[in-house]
Design a protein around this ligand. Structure first.
Ligand SMILES: *[C@@H]1O[C@H](CO)[C@@H](O)[C@H](O)[C@H]1NC(C)=O
Length: 365
């Protein structure tokens, strides 16, 4: 089987783009009772970031200077449909549209070294969803020591602007055979690897090697390979100034989990599981402005965070819950679903293999 012809963009083209739950008594957590309409969600990014208020890292301010004089990230008034905008002032509009930088993690296989059987199917599905999104940069972080031919070929054939990274989950953090998926946080090393790269950590094993230049307007979303994403979700997150949030369907033992919004502000969360987590949100339910991530170089996912607290371990460095920016019609629309791919049964395959008649291993599946 030959590998697909690489279709790597010759120039930096930011014209394509991209980006997971828990169960008990239903409770709503309230940490802000204010019913007053606030201007918070209309303030510029600089204010949102400063208000996040944690220790200023060495990079603080860098994104802001470089971005001086740029258009506000939030378009004034109703937005024109994308197509009309591009036809009118294509170049100018393209400049204004913040890029999305989805980080995608590869969940660890059940056995070290054996890629999951559904890996290619999930990546084809995801890459084709991402193909619908303008100005997207796909950061794919493989859970492997180095790039595998399957993933490299798929990325090259996708036509997307991508960066291929790889980091093997340390043995101690790996899910053991038969262990339920929720026992240990997954994809931590991989997501942190993507954050390092964005912060000029280098080490890309394929695709675009250099991180976005300072001042680049971008939004980072952590996508899993088995979720279902509406293309609309990416347009909602595109205008994130600090951290934006929205509901996630089919997660946490509920129809959906998500922020509760009053008068345009997040006032709590609809969740049934551990509602007292600082940020009871799923990985698929938030996006972060690149400038904020660069301004807070110590913000990372904590592999030792208790179950369900992985998202909080990053977000608590970045934003005060009351400053979360509600998206998806004030969090009334579900645009991402925590779907799961069933593990395929291989009984017949194993039987045939024992008889020496297994499916041709040269055919990539
Ligand atoms: C969200 O709620 C605010 C305050 O009630 C309102 O002004 C705004 O139009 C709403 N946004 C959407 C997209 O429905």
């Amino acid at each position: 089987m030959t590998s697909p012809t690489p279709v790597v963009p010759r120039t930096r083209q930011w014209d394509r783009k991209l980006p997971r739950g828990k169960g008990g008594v239903q409770t709503d957590r309230k940490w802000a009772q204010t019913g007053a309409a606030s201007a918070s969600s209309q303030e510029p990014l600089e204010t949102s970031v400063r208000r996040a208020g944690h220790g200023a890292g060495p990079l603080q301010g860098r994104g802001f200077q470089a971005g001086g004089g740029r258009e506000p990230l939030v378009p004034a008034g109703p937005r024109l449909p994308r197509r009309r905008r591009r036809r009118g002032h294509e170049a100018e509009a393209e400049e204004r549209v913040p890029r999305l930088l989805p980080g995608v993690d590869r969940r660890p296989p059940l056995r070290a070294g054996a890629a999951r059987l559904v890996q290619k199917a999930e990546l084809v599905r995801l890459s084709q969803t991402l193909s619908l999104v303008p100005r997207l940069h796909w950061l794919l972080v493989e859970d492997a020591e180095g790039p595998t031919p399957l993933v490299s070929g798929l990325l090259a054939a996708s036509g997307l602007l991508f960066t291929h990274l790889a980091v093997l989950t340390p043995k101690a953090q790996r899910l053991r055979e038969g262990e339920p998926g929720w026992v240990r946080p997954r994809g931590v090393e991989q997501r942190n690897r993507a954050l390092d790269w964005l912060r000029s950590g280098g080490g890309a094993v394929g695709g675009e090697k250099d991180p976005p230049p300072p001042g680049t307007q971008g939004v980072v979303y952590f996508a899993d390979d088995d979720n279902t994403y509406s293309r609309e979700l990416f347009e909602e997150m595109r205008w994130t100034r600090g951290v934006s949030v929205w509901p996630v369907g089919l997660v946490g033992g509920l129809r959906f989990e998500g922020p509760r919004v009053q008068d345009g502000r997040v006032v709590g969360f609809h969740t049934a599981w551990e509602p007292n987590r600082p940020f009871p949100v799923d990985m698929a339910g938030f996006a972060i402005a690149l400038s904020l991530l660069l301004a807070k170089p110590n913000a990372r996912f904590d592999a030792t965070a208790p179950r369900g607290h992985l998202e909080s371990s990053l977000l608590s460095h970045l934003v005060d819950p009351k400053d979360l920016e509600p998206r998806a019609a004030n969090c009334t629309r579900v645009l991402v679903w925590h779907t799961r791919t069933e593990k395929p049964k291989m009984k017949q395959e194993e039987q045939l293999q024992r008889q020496g008649h297994g499916s041709d291993p040269a055919v990539e599946v």
